[in-house]
Design a protein around this ligand. Sequence first.
Ligand SMILES: [Zn+2]
Length: 115
Amino acid sequence: MKYQGSCHCGAVRFEAEGEIGTATACNCSMCQRKGILMWFVPRSALHLLTPEENASTYMFHKHIIKHRFCPTCGIHPYGEGVTPTGEPMAAINLRCIEGIDLQAIPVQHFDGRSK
Ligand SMILES: [Zn+2]
């Protein structure tokens, strides 16, 4: 299944391919403030439809996750990182994806605050 998503103003648009099984809510200092629901996919399953530099990057703590956000509208559509085994992955903000029923997706809670 292919999904389309974007920030609010449209400067950052993307497609993502895969099955949305669960959403992850994280309680770390960043995710809690953003209130995002994440969908983890291999980085190769995320296709940017707008130039990569349209999104700014914020990093904190261990600086291993790139929190990508639109400098115009402030929305955080996705993040980039690597799995423990070194595979590039993306955490897509499900709230930025069009045409899905968020209520129907089970939410797993991740204790990022303690990491
Ligand atoms: Zn924007």
